[in-house]
Design a protein around this ligand. Structure first.
Ligand code: 4HQ
Length: 215
């Protein structure tokens, strides 16, 4: 699952330049029985399966043991705090390795979370089949913030969301498409007016679509 994301041009380049490294531990490899089971039915009954503590703990220990340097263990789960750009910035600026736990099935035995997990983070209020996609989202957003990961053109894009507003509308050629013209101010060459217009658009958009970001 991770190959497509890690192989994408920006991520690939960051890995090649050793700006970050990524290592995988297959949880099933740490199963202890001959059928290599990683899940079991929930105590108390009910539908679905729960990931067992022991294989998770084995994989987590292996990740910890890769390196002496401090690490932080993150469990991706819809029960976590929403992933935010400000938290991603802290990860990128921090020296800690991140151990990302990707669960499958209906969840993970709470004792593993209590014992090993430092922080629970969510990609949003919807349900996925596993924690891999949120882990990739986290990896990608932290990677982009590491010094040297982006070229100049790419890093300019990141700046705008960082002031806590939504992006303003963007346009490129042609000047007219299906009878719709590009806002005139953008063709005016007046950089002060353009900046003013962009900020106003970003504020209007944020107020309309995401008033929660303004409060
Ligand atoms: N899952 N944000 C269930 C998510 C999710 C999300 C990951 C599905 C964990 C056990 N994770 N597994 N949304 O839906 O992070």
């Amino acid at each position: 699952m991770f190959e497509s994301v890690l192989g994408e041009s920006i991520f690939r380049r960051a890995l090649d330049q050793k700006i970050l490294s990524v290592h995988f531990h297959q949880i099933r490899d740490f199963a202890q029985d001959k059928h290599r089971t990683v899940d079991d039915s929930p105590y108390g009954g009910g539908a679905g399966m729960v990931m067992r503590c022991e294989p998770l703990y084995g994989a987590w220990k292996a990740a910890k043991a890769r390196n002496e340097s401090p690490s932080r263990t993150i469990f991706l789960s819809p029960a976590g705090k929403p992933i935010s750009q400000s938290r991603m910035k802290e990860f990128a600026a921090g020296a800690e390795r991140l151990i990302l736990i990707c669960g499958r099935y209906e969840g993970v035995d709470e004792r593993f979370i209590e014992q090993c997990v430092d922080e629970e983070l969510s990609l949003g209020d919807f349900v996925l089949s596993g924690g891999e996609i949120p882990a990739m989202a986290l990896m990608d957003s932290v990677m982009r913030l590491l010094p040297g990961a982006l070229g100049n053109a790419e890093s300019a894009i990141t700046e705008s969301f960082q002031d806590g507003l939504l992006e303003c509308p963007q346009y490129t050629r042609p000047p007219e498409f299906m009878g719709k013209a590009v806002p005139e101010v953008l063709l005016s060459g007046n950089h002060k007016e353009i900046e003013k217009w962009r900020l106003q658009q970003a504020k209007d958009r944020t107020r309309k679509r995401r008033p929660d970001l303004l409060s």
